[in-house]
Design a protein around this ligand. Structure first.
Ligand code: ZN
Length: 148
């Protein structure tokens, strides 16, 4: 990671950890998932409102280290308003970038700052926790509370 990317990475982590976006519960969510990273103790609960295969709204709650919080914050910003298929693609892209495994596809925009995380293997699970939780929420069936 060059000096500029390192600086961007640190700035993004600090900023999003201090002021997480889309934090809190979502009363009309129709998907929820919990994530836990035992290596660091990070916990996240993710709320999604999906309508017509579009992520209409998204929020998260939880407690964790700065990297997990910042990653969750940036993840919610990235997938809000996207289609479910696009959100999956972002998961795949982010996961490939953070773990250096699999094909990198497309431009991840601001999420690219997390490409530096693979230099810190112990932190990869912190950075990917929110994304794994997103995938879990996307793959589960709609809440049984919604009318069938
Ligand atoms: Zn962590």
């Amino acid at each position: 990671m060059n000096a500029e990317m390192r600086e961007l990475y640190q700035e993004a982590i600090l900023d999003h950890n201090r002021r997480p976006r889309n934090r809190g519960s979502l009363a009309d969510a129709n998907r929820r998932a919990d994530g836990y990273n035992p290596l660091c103790g990070d916990r996240i609960r993710l709320f999604l409102k999906i309508e017509d295969e579009i992520v209409k709204d998204v929020s998260f709650e939880g407690a964790g280290c700065a990297i997990s919080t910042a990653s969750a914050s940036m993840m919610t910003q990235s997938v809000k308003g996207k289609s479910v298929a696009e959100a999956y693609a972002l998961f795949e892209g982010f996961h490939a970038m953070a773990t250096d495994d699999g094909e990198r596809a497309g431009d991840l925009g601001k999420l690219e700052v997390f490409c530096g995380v693979k230099e810190f293997p112990a932190r990869v699970k912190c950075a990917t926790l929110a994304w794994h939780t997103l995938k879990a929420a996307l793959t589960q069936p709609a809440d049984s509370t919604t009318t069938e």
